[in-house]
Ligand binder design. Structure first.
Ligand code: SF4
Length: 516
C-alpha cells in the first residue's frame, strides 16, 4: 500500500490505448537528436512514454525521450507497440498519486498480456514511494527519480548507465535554501525508502530533448526545486533545493527551438520569479524575458509561476514594454486569509494581494491574471473561508484553479490538528469555484466584439466542425479554449499559424471567435 494510494488490481483497466493527450506523441525534435524516426535503427528497442502531471514533469519526459533516442531507441506512440514502457509520475497530491498508480497498473498489463518486456516508473512518485513501488508492483523493473534522469537509458535496457560524473549535475544553491535545509525543510526521513541525496539534476542546452508539444510551442525549464517553506507542499522534498539554469544555457535552447519552428516559449519552474538569485543575478527573470523578446522568430513568451512577493516593478515594466511578452501572470496565492497564510508559512493576506493586483493591472493594462488556491487547510474556520470567498469576489482573477487540501506525510501541515473532512473540503472547493464561474462568465462576455491574435491549434476535440486556438490570454493546456467557427472565404487555416480573430460569443470559460 502506498500511503493513501490504493493498489487495486480488481479494477478493470481500459484495454491498451491511452488518450492521445496523455500518451507522448513524438512530433518534433529540438536537440542534438535530429529526428527520432530517422535515427531509429532496425530492431532497436521501442520505447513508449506516459507523462503525468505538470509541464515541469513533461520537460523531464522530453529529456528522457531525448536521451533514449540518442542512445538508439525508437520512440513509439502506442503502448501496444512498445518493448519498454516508461510512466513518468506525479506525486503532488493524493489524487495525482492515485492516478499515477492506476496508470502504472494499466501499463503493467502490457507486460503480462502484451509485447512489453520492461516497465520503468520515473518521476515524483519514485522520490516519495521508491521502496513501496518496487515491493508492491512486481511488474516494475526499474525506478528513476527526478534527480536521476540520465539513468533512464540503463533502466530501459537501451544502453549501459552513463558515468557517474554527469556533466548535467549542478551544485549551486541560494542562502535561503541552505538555511531551510538546516531547519529540516528538505527532510525525507519519514519516507521509507527515499534515498538520502536530494535531487540535484537540471538539464542544459546540450541535453538531448524530444519535444512532445505541438511544433509551434515549447516549454523551457529555467529552474528546478523550491526553497519556500509552504507547509502543505512536499515539492521541495520531491524536487530538491532551488537551482537555476545558466542564463546562456536558456538563451541557447530558446534560439535552437526558434530555429526549429517554435513560436511560443513558456518558461517554467516551481518559482520562476526567483530565477538567477543563486547565480548572483538581480531581476534574472526580467533580463531573460528581455533577451528572449529580442529573438526575431519568437512570437509569444510567457512564464509560469510567480511567487507573490517576488513580482518586482522591473518585471512588470519588462512585461509591459514588450509586445512579445504575453501580458499574462500566473501567481498562485494559495489563500487570502492572513491567519491561514501564516499557518501555511506564506505570509501576507488579501489586502496586500489586492494592492499588488491593482499595481499589476495599472502597470500592464489588459493583463491576464491567473491564480490558484488551497481550500480546507487544517483548522480553516468558516470565517477564514469567507475571507477567501470575499477575496475571490474582490480580486476578479481571469483564471483560477482550486485544490482541496491533501494531507501529505512529510509536509509541515501533516501534524496540524483540526483537519477538515474530505466532504467539507470538497464542498468549500465547489463554493469557491462557483463564485469564480460567475466572474469568469462576466469577464469572458466583456471580450465579445474585441480582436486578438490567436495561434491555431488544429481541429477541436469537441467537434470536427470547429477549430481550436489560443490567444495570449491562454497558456498552453491550462486555461479555457477558443473555438473558431468561421474563417474568411479562400483561407486555409494552418495549425501553428497566427491569425487575427474577433470574439463572437462567450461561455463560462471558453470563447467562440472568427478569423478576420
Ligand atoms: S512555492 Fe509552490 S512549490 Fe514551493 S513550497 Fe510553496 S507551494 Fe510548494
Amino acid at each position: 500500500m502506498l500511503g493513501l494510494v490504493r493498489i487495486s488490481r480488481s479494477r478493470s483497466h481500459p484495454a491498451t490505448v491511452l488518450k492521445s493527450r496523455d500518451y507522448m506523441p513524438v512530433k518534433a525534435l529540438a536537440s542534438p537528436v535530429e529526428n527520432a524516426s530517422e535515427i531509429a535503427r532496425p530492431a532497436s528497442t521501442k520505447v513508449g512514454f506516459v507523462s503525468l502531471g505538470c509541464p515541469k514533469n513533461l520537460v523531464d519526459s522530453e529529456v528522457m525521450m531525448g536521451m533514449l533516442a540518442q542512445a538508439g531507441a525508437t520512440l513509439v506512440s502506442g503502448a501496444e507497440d512498445a518493448d519498454v514502457i516508461v510512466v513518468n509520475t506525479c506525486s503532488f497530491i493524493a489524487s495525482a498519486q492515485q492516478e499515477s498508480v492506476n496508470t502504472i497498473l494499466e501499463m503493467a498489463r502490457h507486460k503480462t498480456e502484451g509485447r512489453a518486456r520492461k516497465l520503468v516508473v520515473a518521476g515524483c512518485l519514485v522520490e516519495r514511494f521508491r521502496n513501496e513501488i518496487q515491493q508492491n508492483i512486481p511488474e516494475v523493473d526499474a525506478v528513476v527519480g527526478t534527480g536521476e534522469l540520465e539513468g533512464i537509458v540503463a533502466a530501459a535496457g537501451v544502453a549501459p548507465a552513463p558515468s557517474s560524473n554527469s556533466p548535467f549535475t549542478i551544485l549551486q544553491s541560494r542562502p535561503e535554501g541552505d538555511a531551510r535545509a538546516s531547519q529540516g525543510r528538505f527532510s525525507r526521513q519519514s519516507w521509507d525508502g527515499a534515498i538520502a541525496d536530494l535531487p540535484n539534476y537540471l538539464y542544459d542546452e546540450a541535453t538531448p530533448r524530444v519535444l512532445a508539444t505541438p511544433r509551434h510551442t515549447a516549454y523551457i525549464k529555467i529552474a528546478e526545486g523550491c526553497d519556500h517553506p509552504c507547509t502543505f507542499c512536499i515539492i521541495p522534498q520531491l524536487r530538491g533545493k532551488f537551482r537555476s539554469r545558466r542564463f546562456e544555457s536558456v538563451i541557447a535552447e530558446a534560439e535552437r527551438l526558434s530555429f526549429a519552428g517554435v513560436r511560443e516559449i513558456t518558461l517554467i519552474g516551481q518559482d520562476t520569479t526567483c530565477y538567477g538569485e543563486d547565480l548572483g543575478l538581480k531581476d534574472g527573470l526580467a533580463l531573460l524575458l528581455e533577451k528572449l523578446a529580442a529573438m526575431e522568430r519568437l512570437r509569444w513568451i510567457r512564464f509560469l509561476y510567480a511567487y507573490p512577493n517576488k513580482i518586482t516593478g522591473r518585471l512588470l515594466e519588462t512585461i509591459a514594454a514588450h509586445d512579445k511578452i504575453c501580458s499574462y501572470i500566473d501567481v498562485p496565492l494559495q489563500h487570502a486569509s492572513p491567519s491561514v497564510l501564516k499557518r501555511m508559512k506564506r505570509g501576507a493576506g488579501g489586502d496586500i494581494f489586492l494592492r499588488s493586483i491593482e499595481k499589476m493591472r495599472r502597470m500592464i493594462p489588459g493583463v491576464t491574471l491567473r491564480t490558484s488556491f488551497v481550500v480546507g487547510f487544517p483548522g480553516e474556520t468558516e470565517k477564514e473561508f469567507e475571507e477567501l470567498c470575499q477575496f475571490v469576489r474582490d480580486s476578479e482573477f481571469d483564471w483560477m484553479g482550486t485544490f482541496g487540501y491533501s494531507d501529505q506525510d512529510g509536509a509541515g501541515a501533516f501534524s496540524l490538528q483540526n483537519k477538515l473532512s474530505e466532504r467539507e473540503i470538497e464542498s468549500r472547493r465547489k463554493q469557491v469555484m462557483q463564485i469564480q464561474r460567475k466572474i469568469s462568465k462576466r469577464k469572458k462576455k466583456a471580450l465579445v466584439g474585441q480582436e486578438f491574435d490567436l495561434v491555431l491549434e488544429g481541429v477541436s476535440e469537441e467537434s470536427d466542425l470547429l477549430l481550436e486556438g489560443r490567444t495570449a490570454m491562454h497558456a498552453p493546456e491550462i486555461d479555457g479554449k477558443v473555438f473558431v467557427n468561421d474563417v474568411p472565404p479562400g483561407l486555409e487555416p494552418k495549425t501553428g499559424e497566427f491569425y487575427r480573430c474577433q470574439v463572437t460569443a462567450a461561455h463560462d470559460y471558453d470563447l467562440v471567435a472568427r478569423i478576420v
